[in-house]
Write a protein that binds this ligand. Structure first.
Ligand SMILES: [Fe+2]
Length: 200
């Protein structure tokens, strides 16, 4: 790590990082889908799993385009996000509140990836690899759409169900709280703080 000196080195490192992140998600998303109660949420996660598998192969293509072997580098950021997701599953029974917690975790993953792809694409262009930037822009668009879909699910009633369904989870307040924070578009300001007071 200390010998990372050029933008090219950073670029390759970042590609390895997102390669590891995407591969972790290929393993984690089925668990989230299985834990979801809402059929719409399960379906959204499953369809993003199919996209994620495609994203893994796009990264492999990107490595080929720059004549580098496809290697991973431990992505601690995604490891943490995935671990938090499995904690939420472990700590909550199935139900609307857990669904809200799953959405919150999945959106953290999407936002991490959106940031990573944005950086990688900018560095690819700076290094004259417009083809790589173009290829990975497809993945970025998929992440954005997945994030948007999760926001819609949360706003279409899952958050509300989580708030009302205190018997569906041992920790409804916690999960409802995180999901209200879902989209980063500034809309859910009130919901992003404590929903706990609303139903205690
Ligand atoms: Fe992804």
């Amino acid at each position: 790590m200390t010998e990372t000196t050029t933008l090219k080195d950073l670029f390759i490192d970042e590609l390895r990082d997102i390669y590891h992140a995407e591969r972790q998600l290929v393993r984690a998303l089925p668990k989230l889908a299985k834990a979801a109660t809402s059929p719409d949420l399960r379906e959204a996660i499953e369809s993003h799993l199919a996209e994620t598998e495609e994203q893994v192969s796009r990264i492999e293509q990107a490595f080929e385009m720059i004549d580098e072997p496809a290697k991973t580098k431990t992505c601690s950021g995604m490891l943490g996000i995935v671990e938090e997701g499995s904690d939420v599953i472990k700590e909550n029974e199935k139900g609307a509140a857990l669904d809200a917690g799953i959405i919150a975790g999945a959106q953290r993953a999407e936002h991490y990836e959106m940031a990573a792809y944005g950086t990688i694409m900018a560095w690819a262009r700076a290094l004259g690899h417009d083809d790589v930037a173009e290829l990975l822009s497809l993945s970025l668009e998929e992440e954005k759409a997945a994030d948007q879909k999760l926001t819609e699910l949360a706003e279409s009633g899952l958050n509300e169900a989580a708030r009302n369904g205190r018997d569906e989870s041992r920790q409804p307040a916690m999960a409802g709280t995180t999901a209200g924070n879902s989209n980063g578009n500034g809309k859910g300001r009130g919901a992003s703080s404590r929903q706990r007071g609303g139903h205690r």
